[in-house]
Design a protein. Structure first.
Length: 221
């Protein structure tokens, strides 16, 4: 794959708690120049990015990040605010406690509620695979599909482990035809990126791709 082809699948990401506006500006400038799929940024920067760059950027932000255990009402309000501020894509974290309690209906209802708010905007569902059994991953593929989300996403990048090819292949086998896959966390080399794209991922969430492919980059998933 060419650099340009790879970068079209990259959510150029900076989600560190200490991210400064100067670092966010650098991220946005790189995303515009190299035509990445989006920038994935903290919710607190969405409005400023939208006001500064307008339609030049596809803005992605995170909901319930990184632990996912905030109540659904809080996630709904966070999503509403992000969309009002100018976000086009939402990466939400599920409540993993609900999964461990076998409360998949609650997980599905929460995803459905956020998709209802997002309407035609993209909703990606972060399931944090490092905490899940194989059976839970399969159930979540079914849940995400039924709930109407656009993507299932492997990881936040803040857990003890990130994306694995094994999980991507498992997702590919069990998600519905309308659901795409995003890998995130631990995707650090060009070889990693090409393997994940080849395995069926449509998006890669990473801070490393621009640096790897072009010799620069903001850094810091």
């Amino acid at each position: 794959m060419t650099n340009e082809e790879i970068l079209r699948h990259i959510d150029h990401t900076l989600l560190k708690a200490v991210s400064s506006w100067a670092e966010i500006e650098k991220l946005c400038g790189e995303a515009i120049h190299f035509k990445t799929a989006s920038v994935c940024v903290p919710p607190s920067y969405v409005r400023r990015i939208h006001d500064s760059y307008g339609g030049e950027l596809n803005i992605c932000t995170v909901i319930g990040f990184p632990l996912g255990y905030s109540v659904s009402a809080a996630k709904i309000r966070e999503a509403e605010a992000a969309l009002a501020d100018g976000a086009n894509e939402l990466d939400m974290v599920i409540n993993i406690g609900d999964v461990k309690n076998n409360a998949f209906t609650r997980v599905q209802d929460e995803i459905s509620a956020l998709k209802k708010i997002a309407v035609k905007k993209i909703l990606k569902v972060i399931v944090e695979t490092c905490y899940l059994t194989r059976e839970e991953k399969i159930r979540l593929c079914e849940t995400v599909t039924t709930a109407g989300a656009d993507y299932i996403k492997t990881s936040t990048g803040f857990g003890p482990a990130g994306a694995s090819l094994e999980d991507v292949l498992l997702f590919k086998e069990h998600i519905g035809s309308g659901v795409k896959i995003k890998a995130a966390g631990g995707v650090k080399t060009r070889e990693d990126i090409e393997k994940f794209l080849g395995a069926g991922c449509d998006r890669i969430g990473t801070s490393s791709a621009v640096a790897l492919l072009t010799g620069g980059g903001a850094g810091g998933y």
